[in-house]
Design a binder for this molecule. Structure first.
Ligand SMILES: CC(=O)SCCNC(=O)CCNC(=O)[C@H](O)C(C)(C)COP(=O)(O)OP(=O)(O)OC[C@H]1O[C@@H](n2cnc3c(N)ncnc32)[C@H](O)[C@@H]1OP(=O)(O)O
Ligand SMILES: CC(C)C(=O)C(=O)O
Ligand SMILES: [Mg+2]
Length: 501
């Protein structure tokens, strides 16, 4: 079985995407995580491009010892010198030289003839090789190049000492079969190509980056360049987690695997997302919130009976602890019953039928049904709470230079008002202390949860609390556009349930 090298360019091509810039300490944090993930090569930056990039390549080269560290360079001496200097303390430095080979890029951007391009490749790669043993050459826009000329460029770079030749689909243009054909063409027409690593670097402009990378692996590519969460120029690069799990899951078919510690994938993805402030779409393969979640009844039933019916990988293999059964309008009795059993409820078939019917009605009304909703349904309490106390008015003050205070007035069942003032560690604590003084019963807040149940500035906040008094524990719920008010309503709702018990 072949081992496919994973070349991570999150810190170079990934950082080129608008809004994904990272500072030095953030880059080091990502690099350390990439080392834990066991990528083979970290492209730390483009040393010549700015003093900041130079410093990040230099610091990452000093810090990371278990991966090769690469720096990008144009096919010019000053870029190669900058990469060399920045990589001077790397355990395994790689200078990555690139030059475009497509007619469009050569004519309009580089203003070079084919001969000049070949000469630049020869000069720059051999100069880089005079400095370090590990040199990669990338033929930018390889996929739109003339294949015969590309083969000459590859041969020139190998002749000049490149150990890895990368054939990027720079603009994400080609289809998987074309990537397959390009790799096959080089393998059949360039002598010495089997002695080096053939790499691919696919962009996602047509959503094809991962498929194109895998087609290249099938054709014999031995290095794949990719980024965490697929960030990168324009529509991004091939996503590392997708490539790795596709190879890992289909390793028998591909006769290949990677060195990646797949259990670090989820963590790596979250870390990057947190650092750059770009959230992961819920339906993103491998690391999206729904990647291992099941809401439909038929799927839930299948997974409960045998996980493999609807899961091709285990959540544990990517670093999650478990899959997720989401109860919602598409769920069925099996998952509902299983969920209730986990909460400690064993219903008779008739009780289950009734509760399930009510649950489906609730799902039609509410966007998200929580475990508290389901518990309330089963306990048959939610709709029938007697209002022993009702919130009449409140004033709550808080700030970073004063202790929070709450002045609360509740109305009891006789219509009489009762007012109390309390101090607290924050406005909600102060309000809860004042309520406790009015209702005169010992209360313990076990859990507090707040959700936005609608969007925008006037979003409704839903607070759900678990409150105990003595041996009884109940759930209280409050809804308001004011989260302090929603918090008080939830607490009072719980008090009323405790008093009604
Ligand atoms: C496909 C890719 O991802 S390529 C990498 C893209 N990444 C980046 O560009 C990010 C970092 N880039 C930068 O900071 C700057 O572009 C720098 C520092 C590299 C260069 O800046 P400048 O000197 O101001 O040049 P500018 O970016 O405007 O133009 C690029 C120049 O490099 C030349 N060039 C482009 N690619 C190459 C190459 N591979 N080898 C040699 N020269 C090249 C262009 O022809 C142009 O030359 P010219 O100035 O003689 O016209
Ligand atoms: C510099 C090269 C490898 C690149 O990023 C591309 O061609 O997309
Ligand atoms: Mg790129």
């Amino acid at each position: 079985m072949k081992t496919i090298k994973i070349f991570d360019t999150t810190l170079r091509d990934g950082e080129q995407s608008p809004g994904c810039s990272m500072n030095l300490s953030e880059k080091i944090e990502v690099a350390r995580q990439l080392e834990l993930l066991k990528v083979d090569i970290i492209e730390a930056g483009f040393a010549v491009s700015s003093p900041g990039d130079f410093e990040s390549v230099q610091t990452i080269a000093k810090t990371i010892k278990d991966c090769t560290v690469a720096s990008l360079s144009r096919a010019v001496k000053k870029d190669i010198d900058a990469s060399y200097e920045a990589l001077s303390q790397a355990a395994a430095p790689r200078i990555h030289v690139f030059l475009a080979t497509s007619p469009l890029h050569m004519q309009y951007k580089l203003k070079m003839t084919e001969e000049q391009v070949l000469e630049h490749i020869r000069e720059s790669v051999s100069y880089a090789r005079s400095l370090v043993p590990d040199v990669e050459f990338s033929a930018e826009d390889a996929s739109r190049s003339d294949m015969a000329f590309l083969a000459k460029a590859v041969k020139t770079a190998i002749g000049a000492g490149a150990k890895t030749i990368n054939l990027p689909d720079t603009v994400g243009y080609v289809l998987p079969q074309e990537m397959y054909d390009m790799i096959t063409y080089m393998k059949q027409n360039v002598e010495g190509v089997d002695e080096i690593d053939l790499a691919v670097h696919c962009h996602n402009d047509l959503g094809m980056a991962v498929a194109n990378s895998l087609a290249s692996v099938s054709a014999g590519a031995t290095q794949v360049e990719c980024t965490v969460n697929g960030i990168g120029e324009r529509a991004g690069n091939a996503s590392l987690e997708e490539i790795v799990m596709a190879i890992h899951t289909r390793r028998a078919l591909l006769d290949a695997d990677t060195n990646i510690n797949t259990k670090q994938l989820y963590r790596t993805s979250r870390l990057l997302s947190k650092i750059i402030g770009v959230s992961i779409p819920p339906n993103k393969a491998i690391v999206g919130a729904n990647a291992f979640a099941h809401e439909s009844g038929i799927h839930q039933h299948g997974v409960l009976a045998k996980r493999e019916t609807y899961e091709i990988m285990t959540p544990e293999s990517v670093g999650l602890t478990t899959n997720k059964m989401v109860l919602g309008k598409h769920s069925g009795r099996h998952a509902f019953d299983d969920f209730l059993k986990e909460l400690g409820y064993n219903l008779t078939p008739e009780e289950l039928d009734t509760a399930f019917g009510q649950f489906k009605e609730l799902c039609d009304k509410k966007k998200e049904v929580t475990e508290y909703d389901v518990e309330a349904l089963v306990a048959q309490k939610a709709a029938k709470v007697v209002e022993h106390f009702r919130l009449k008015q409140f004033v709550v003050n808080s700030g970073n230079t004063i202790q929070a205070t709450a002045n609360i007035t509740l109305e009891d069942m006789s219509g009489a008002s009762q007012e109390q003032v309390a101090l607290g560690d924050g406005p909600i604590d102060a309000a809860y202390q004042a309520i406790e003084k009015i209702v005169q019963m010992p209360l313990v807040l076990n859990n507090y949860k707040i959700n936005a149940v609608s969007h925008g500035e006037d979003a409704l906040g839903e607070v759900v609390v678990k409150v105990s008094s003595g041996s009884r524990t109940v759930t209280g719920r409050g809804l308001s556009t004011d989260i302090i008010e929603a918090s008080m309503l939830a607490y009072i709702n719980a008090v009323n349930k405790l008093l009604g018990a």
